[in-house]
Design a protein around this ligand. Structure first.
Ligand code: C2O
Ligand code: CU
Length: 549
């Protein structure tokens, strides 16, 4: 295989993502970080040096399963210790599946600080995609706040609670415009500004692949290209049965490929827009230009930017989600027909000592000082709570109203899965702390893809709700949405030895405890580099030697 080697340095830098100067987390002085491009079967090797003066750092390779390399997953307190200032860590892993991925910080809220970039895996030599295209563009979507991430984190854990509020800007490839409007022509650019939009220059009568990934901290988005239909062909690195849409719903942690045909009037330019859905928006659409080559790139389109659908049109979001079916392909296998093990996870908003939290089966996740991968491998029983969190919730829990007992517990127990078992997870949404509110949450699983068996309204009822499961061609994903007051069921095979995060991909929600940790097959984990474990109870290498089995 080809080995792609990179030397990266993470540091803060002054940057103007939305034309307003701010501090961002940069990689090798760039924001967003460099795009990694490889072929399926290749090895990525990133030597990451932490040049931040006072914070640790890690990078997670979102969507890459890390088969055989669980220590390279880049999750602080789970797969490794944060890399300390001045120190380095080598991430070396296989990219085994073609697709559209990205990477991002996974310590505190560093993703919100701008630590992210794209990771694209092409098909292996001799293989081909199940569709054709003439050219491609990567669109990495994010949201941006002028308030520093440190202040955001402080607000989230303060009493009284201070919410981060809606983003100041949406960014496409790290570029947005605050204080001027592309659509109204009030932004003046010469093209060299850090916030000037990335223009997609296209030839007429061709097919283009847009690789769209969302690493937003909070926002769910709707993306559209004026006058052009999109054909969805890939989701989270898995091929899907192609279907046409006017707008693409994309939630934090998801990625898609769509094909567009440049078959419109070639003497005009067209807007590409991304706008907020799923929350009452207070942020202007992000815009960029689809520029037909014969037209000047700065010429404003004749038609208006595509409107964002009504923010609470959950029916259309649900309809979109249900259109996604797997494309039978060499890499696809349908799910096992039944599961060995079922876990139901109730998502609630709670209180703990006056703080506002998110809890799963009434447990809000707090990460331990020692990474689970090390404490499990070396049997360090004191490193985290020995009692696993509950695998279900009271059957009489009323999901339609705020919890009657709002208090939750804060804990770091984990779910231990038996290697090679098939696991079903029911993600159950509920009312949050205020009446008549239930939010969307995109749940992301590390280390695995899962099949999405179905969605439903209200409370999941065993023996009834499962009758409408799609077991024939359910899509494989690594991120899936739970709709307000609804449930989502996914199935996966616990076949990847390691310790894995499973959490809401909304950064402030995870920070408020909205996640769980799963582990499987730890007896099979060998070769964890010592540099991954230089903190907490695994800090002392002597301890590791003494307890090594
Ligand atoms: Cu992209 Cu655990 O996250
Ligand atoms: Cu959430």
């Amino acid at each position: 295989p080809d080995i792609h080697r990179f030397k990266w340095e993470v540091e803060y830098k002054f940057w103007s993502p939305d034309c307003l100067e701010n501090s961002v987390m940069s990689i090798n002085g760039r924001f967003p970080g460099p795009t990694i491009r490889a072929k399926a079967g290749d090895i990525i090797h990133v030597d990451l040096t932490n040049k931040l003066s006072t914070e640790g750092v890690v990078i997670h390779w979102h969507g890459i399963r890390q088969v055989g390399t669980p220590w390279a997953d880049g999750t602080a307190s789970i797969s490794q210790c944060p890399i300390r200032p001045g120190e380095s860590f080598a991430y070396r892993f296989l990219v085994d599946k073609p697709g559209t991925y990205f990477y991002h910080g996974h310590y505190g809220m560093q993703r919100s600080a701008g630590l992210y970039g794209a990771l694209i895996v092409d098909v292996a030599d001799g293989r081909s995609e199940p569709f054709h295209y003439d050219g491609e563009f990567d669109l990495l979507l994010s949201d941006w706040w002028h308030k520093s991430v440190h202040e955001q984190e402080l607000g989230l854990s303060s009493v009284p609670f201070r919410w981060i509020n809606e983003p100041n800007s949406l960014l496409i490839n790290g570029r947005g415009q605050y204080g001027c409007s592309l659509a109204a022509g009030t932004c003046k650019f010469n093209g060299t500004e850090q916030c000037s939009p990335q223009v997609l220059r296209v030839f007429p009568q061709k097919t283009y692949r847009l690789r769209i990934a969302s690493t937003t901290a909070l926002s769910s988005l709707s993306v559209a290209v004026a006058n052009h239909m999109m054909t969805v062909v890939e989701a989270d690195g898995n091929y899907v049965e192609p279907f046409d849409v006017q707008n693409l719903y994309i939630y934090s942690g998801e990625s898609y490929s769509v094909l567009i045909k440049t078959d419109q009037d070639p003497t005009k330019n067209y807007w590409i827009s991304a706008g907020v859905v799923g929350r009452k928006p207070n942020t202007t659409q992000a815009l960029t230009l689809l520029n037909y080559v014969s037209v000047h790139a700065a010429e404003l389109p004749a038609s208006a930017p595509p409107a964002t659908p009504r923010w609470d049109d959950y029916d259309s979001m649900r309809a979109f989600a249900e259109k996604i079916r797997a494309l039978p392909h060499y890499s696809y296998a349908p799910p096992p027909s039944r599961a060995h093990h079922g876990i139901a996870l109730l998502n609630t908003q709670n209180k703990y000592n006056g703080q506002t939290k998110w809890a799963i089966n009434n447990v809000s996740l707090s990460l331990p000082a020692t990474p689970y991968l090390g404490s499990l491998r070396y049997n360090l029983k004191d490193a985290f709570d020995a009692t696993p969190p509950p695998e279900g919730f009271p059957t009489d829990y009323d999901i339609m109203v705020p919890a009657s007992n709002t208090e939750c517990t804060v804990n770091n127990g984990i779910y231990l899965l038996k290697l090679h078992t098939t696991v079903d997870v029911v993600l159950q949404n509920a009312n949050s702390l205020s009446a008549n509110t239930s939010e969307v949450h995109p749940w992301h699983l590390h280390g695995h893809d899962f099949w999405v068996l179905g969605y439903g309204d209200g409370k999941f009822v065993k023996g009834v709700s499962d009758r409408k499961f799609n077991l024939k061609n359910p899509p494989l994903r690594n991120t899936v949405l739970i709709f307000p007051y609804g449930w989502t069921v996914l199935r996966f095979v616990a076949d990847n030895p390691g310790a894995w995060a499973f959490h809401c991909h909304i950064e402030p929600h995870l920070h408020m405890g909205m996640g769980v940790v799963l582990a499987e097959g730890m007896d099979h984990v060998r070769g964890i580099p010592n540099e991954a474990l230089e903190c907490g109870l695994t800090a002392n290498a002597k301890v590791l030697m003494d307890t090594k089995r």
